[in-house]
Design a protein around this ligand. Structure first.
Ligand SMILES: Nc1ncnc2c1ncn2[C@@H]1O[C@H](COP(=O)(O)OP(=O)(O)OP(=O)(O)O)[C@@H](O)[C@H]1O
Ligand SMILES: [Mg+2]
Length: 248
């Protein structure tokens, strides 16, 4: 069964796409992980890695709209190094439309030919169509930067009763060192840090090669996160309507 992990931020550009890509790349298993770039503001991966946006998020959404289900595996592309990606359109309007469509249909991600489908949901505003996708994921990862103003804003969001917090892990991206002060500012437990690592960030953007990326700090941290998530129990959800008279 494919695990689904929703990765998102609450503002700024703290590193959601980078953490999501690294997480999918290092997830334990025999087959490559998949990054589904379901960011309603538009994607980065197609530009970073110079790949077309189709097959990708738009073709997946179109297949879902046609009805009869869709095979998400058919809407991915292989990146060198093993990661597979379903890239979003680069601009906001078409990306938002595709994410909205995906949110309206139960996506059969759990039966993909991959150990994990990491959903890059970008910035999770209150009106983001990606909220529907967080609610259905097995795990949620909130990426924050250590900027104090952002942490204060994140604190308010986390206190809101509508915040989708099922199996949530808060990850600090960038900087270095312990996360004790960040936990204090956020008022909420922090899983840990994916440290500042410019070379790995450039590698993910397709701007440089690295001989052994798994030895770099960014990938080591992503690996720890992947291990902790993959070891956690999941609460599998039933999407199909229940027969009359049967209560969940
Ligand atoms: N750990 C890191 N160390 C150094 N640079 C990083 C790290 N993580 C991300 N970056 C860089 O920071 C920038 C923003 O990262 P990224 O695009 O992953 O963030 P995002 O939250 O997805 O942003 P957006 O809102 O644009 O989708 C990119 O140039 C990326 O390469
Ligand atoms: Mg991004």
């Amino acid at each position: 069964m494919t695990r689904t992990v929703a990765v998102f931020s609450l503002g700024g550009a703290p590193g959601v796409t980078s953490v999501g890509m690294a997480l999918a790349a290092v997830w334990p298993g025999d087959a490559p992980g998949v990054l589904v770039e379901a960011d309603p503001s538009g994607g980065a991966v197609a530009v970073w890695r110079r790949i077309p946006t189709e097959p990708g998020l738009t073709s997946l959404a179109a297949a879902m709209r046609r009805g009869g289900g869709a095979d998400p595996d058919a809407h991915t592309q292989d990146l060198p190094g093993g990661l597979r990606v379903s890239a979003a359109p680069v601009t906001g309007d078409p990306a938002e439309g595709a994410v909205r469509l995906l949110g309206q249909h139960p996506l059969p991600l759990s039966s993909m030919a991959a150990p994990v489908a990491v959903l890059d949901l970008g910035r999770l505003t209150p009106s983001s169509p990606a909220r529907a996708l967080v609610a259905r994921a097995d795990h949620a990862v909130l990426v924050v930067s250590e900027r104090l103003t952002e942490l204060r804003r994140a604190r308010e969001h986390l206190l809101s009763p509508s915040f989708p917090a099922r199996d949530l892990r808060v990850v600090v991206c960038g900087g270095k060192g312990g996360v004790g002060e960040i936990t204090g500012a956020l008022g909420s437990a922090v899983w840990g840090r994916v440290p500042e690592d410019r070379r790995s960030a450039e590698f993910l953007r397709g701007e440089r090669d690295i001989a052994r990326p798994q030895r770099r700090p960014l990938f080591k941290a992503a690996h720890r996160l992947a291990r902790s998530l993959s070891a956690a129990a999941t609460e599998h959800m039933v999407y199909a309507p229940l027969p009359p008279g049967v209560n969940a």
